[in-house]
Design a protein around this ligand. Sequence first.
Ligand code: THG
Length: 262
Amino acid sequence: MLIIGELINGMFKDIGKAINDRDKKVIQKIAQDQVASGAGMLDVNTGPYEKNPKDAMKWLVDTIQEVCEAPLVLDSTKADVIEEGLKIARKKAMINSTNSDDSRLDLLVPMAKKYKASLIGLTMGKTGIPRDKDERMEHAAKIVTKCQEAGFDLNELYLDPIVLPINVAQAQGTEVLESIKEFKLLCEPQPKTVVGLSNASQGTKNRPLINRIYLVMAIANGLSAAILDPLDKGLVDAAITAELILNKNIYCDSFLEAYRKK
Ligand code: THG
């Protein structure tokens, strides 16, 4: 499973401050630490309060790439902010994200093609958060159809069922897990799947435990990638062990070390 490090996000106070102060050291350290802990890609999000997100995105991508080879996941609700990152990305990037709205798809699917980027499709539309698996499937089908029509390689599409906090949307847990499994029935090649794992535990007690168990269950349902905190060692160990038990990696006594960077 692809681990996408979530920690370069202006929503975190220290990262928001570092972006504001243009303090390269803080960003570069958190980039390197995440990669050393097993992240294969790094999510880059300027945060919700950034006044000039285009400048901030450009600075973040440049700053990370000075010290770090990992490919980047450009995370913004604004297409022009994402494109600012795509223009200067040295490795194959991922767009985070489109939803199922035609206006977003018509902008972001061609953008992904133009820059040879992967694309995350949130299975929601203008009307907001999906209520159940069937609504998620409807949005997913719309996204897949648009990608097929545009000649976008479905191997590069990651569908996101949208993980919600367990404390306020408890019934959505199983809807998300079933969606991960059913998205794969939509087309050939099968679309990949991704979740923002930490959403699940926002506002709860014992966040690490909730994140860990949710991730293992999602992996058992075929999850391809997760945006998560790679510095939570127990979480990464749980992911590696889940894939071992699913026979995706061959056992050796040092399996935790052996598969950390895979
Ligand atoms: N899907 C996709 N992209 C996403 C998400 C998703 N990007 C953003 C987010 N969700 C994933 N990243 C995070 C990052 C941090 C937290 C949750 C998800 C988090 N932050 C603390 C909190 O809110 O409690 C902040 C604590 C602090 O302020 O220090 O939990 O779902 N495609």
